[in-house]
Design a protein around this ligand. Structure first.
Ligand code: FES
Length: 159
């Protein structure tokens, strides 16, 4: 007794046909990947960094003798008799955010570094004082702080 050979098994696929189909399938997949890859080329895979300058408002926002906190940027903006200046609240030891005390000094909660009100180190493992950041004025009059531009501690923006 023999089993009927019908339907899709009626004609067996030969090795040569199978290899040809496999080669065609590989070619199609490779071509599709190459086309998709070339379509993605105009789009950058690395996004540019966000602008390091932040607007902090008009000069009259900062009263003489004041210290204004911008906690989302770990920043303190001060105004003294010479002008406006910005101090980063980021500890120079390992980058924790310092806390400003009532007397104006800064204290790092991580390893105990202490900084005077002017940012100089008074204790703990911090290797240097808090950083002063560039404050400038836009043509509109609004002030901006550049979080990546360090300036000497004596620098003030006259207002
Ligand atoms: S991170 Fe501030 S003392 Fe270590």
């Amino acid at each position: 007794m023999s089993i009927p050979n019908e339907g899709r098994f009626a004609k067996p696929v030969e090795r040569r046909d199978f290899l040809g189909l496999a080669a065609l399938g590989s070619f199609c997949l490779t071509s599709a990947a190459a086309i998709l890859g070339s379509l993605k080329l105009p789009m950058p895979s690395v996004l540019p960094e966000a602008d390091s300058r932040i607007k902090i408002g008009p000069p009259d926002r900062f009263a003489p003798g004041s210290a204004t906190n911008f906690p989302e940027r770990s920043l303190w903006v001060h105004r003294d008799g010479s002008g406006i200046y910005a101090i980063s609240a980021i500890c120079t030891h390992l980058g924790c955010v310092t806390k400003r005390e009532k007397d104006g000094s800064f204290h790092c909660p991580c390893h105990g570094s202490k900084f005077a009100a002017d940012g100089t180190v008074t204790g703990g493992p911090a290797p240097k004082g808090l950083e002063y950041l560039k404050v400038s004025r836009l043509p509109s009059g609004e002030l901006v702080v550049d979080l990546q531009k360090k300036v000497p501690a004596q620098e003030r923006l006259a207002v």
